[in-house]
Ligand binder design. Sequence first.
Ligand code: AMP
Length: 515
Amino acid sequence: MTQWIYEPDWAIRNFGDLVKSRLPSGAIFIRDDDGRVLTHVDYWSLSGRIAGALMDCGAKRGDRVAVQAEKSVECLALFLACARLGAVLVPLNTAYTDSELDYFLGDAEPAVIVCAPERQTGISGLASKHRCAVVLTLDGNSEGSLASEMRAPPAQFADAAPDWADLAAILYTSGTTGRSKGAMLTHANLASNALTLAEVWRFTHRDVLIHALPIYHTHGLFTAVNTILLSGGSMLFRKKFDAGEVISLLPQATAMMGVPTYYTRLLRHQGFTREVVKHMRLFISGSAPLLEETHRRFREKTGHAIIERYGMTETGRNTSNPYDGERIASTVGLPLPGISLRVTNPKSGARLVDGEAGMIEVKGPNVFTGYWRKPELTGTEFRADGYFITGDLGQIDDKGYVTIVGRARDLVITGGLNVYPKEVESELEALEGVSEAAVIGLPHKDFGEAVTAIVVPDAGASIDEAEVIAGLKLRLANYKLPKRVIVAGCLPRNAMGKVLKNRLRETHAGLYDGN
Ligand code: AMP
């Protein structure tokens, strides 16, 4: 039986205190792919040493600490280090190019940037441009100048005692206007969501979670890690998802969290059998729609009904199919305890009756406090009574189950990652010979959706698909690149001049059939 080494009567004022109050003595927290094993207590002291190193570099309460580094235990522990220091973690997708980072660093103005050694030169230039004094490095083997700072005689580090309402992280999410927005998440947002999820999904110290998600995104960074951190369980921490490797880990694990692509890849692998999942109690999917067919085939093959849940960067998780009750395919389940969800008329905001599709709005302790340095935008995304307008369209059935029917903002989700068409369109339109462009998501068996561009050439110009994609490569992260570029004479538009993306999606619906 696990012993809790700190009694819960300890005054809990922030996320770090909460973790400390639940530290199980001796219990393992992480086993990584290099064979490194850390207990919860080891992880706590590692986060303290990182916090000390950040403090020595000048980071203090309220400062941002940006990180763009390969997945590793140290990279993950930066979050807890920042939480204990009262600093604000800004995780950045490892695929972002220097030209994309220019915007994020200029907006977040971090006091410290932690980056991969091979990115140091480019990022140092951006750091001086944005008056960020310190750039530290961290590679996938936990080496770099961050590690050297930690090896230096440690500064006296006492937890800085931030409050529940203090910011713990800013996670960038994109906007249809093409510019990313920083979602401000407090200690209370993250703690409440993790405690709720640990309870509804019944996580305990006996659980072993397969963690193959990226840690620059809310799913891998918070949903997966914090539920385990607060329930005393452990993780098999893998740099990336590889179906064969995950299959070899399943017999040691009890739970897995993934994006739908992981489940379709497992199903396609010959080694994925009922036998290898005998020890598992739970499979959870989210960040993009799980096809009904995937849910059915998974159940037939393994006997497990995948729990589909719904959330977003700004809110953490909002709904989940139940642990005990019926897990209904192609629904995202019921609102989580303590979280209110309603469906409204997107224009008027009037509440709709059950069964009618409209805008999903949510309210609860999980909901972020607003967009970083964008008070006006924040104002328009919340209703006067505090509900956040998610931008997702959905409906609630008579049993209370929520179904997502579409994305109001035409977001493309490819392999669980968001691509905002506007951003890719702007880059396409900047290419020579391109008059205009529309970017849509089309159904793709592996990625869920594939980024697809429809481009109209300038009069007299000719466009080559491979050249267009090569032209975007220096400007955009790989996952945002169109899988196909279709050349067209014009784009279909409505009377107001808006491109009819629905029509484009219908016309090209079967483009990736057979992929
Ligand atoms: P992110 O902020 O990257 O987590 O993306 C959030 C968006 O992903 C949501 O606003 C939804 O549009 C979508 N999403 C998340 N989970 C699901 C799901 N289970 N089914 C359908 N869409 C989802």
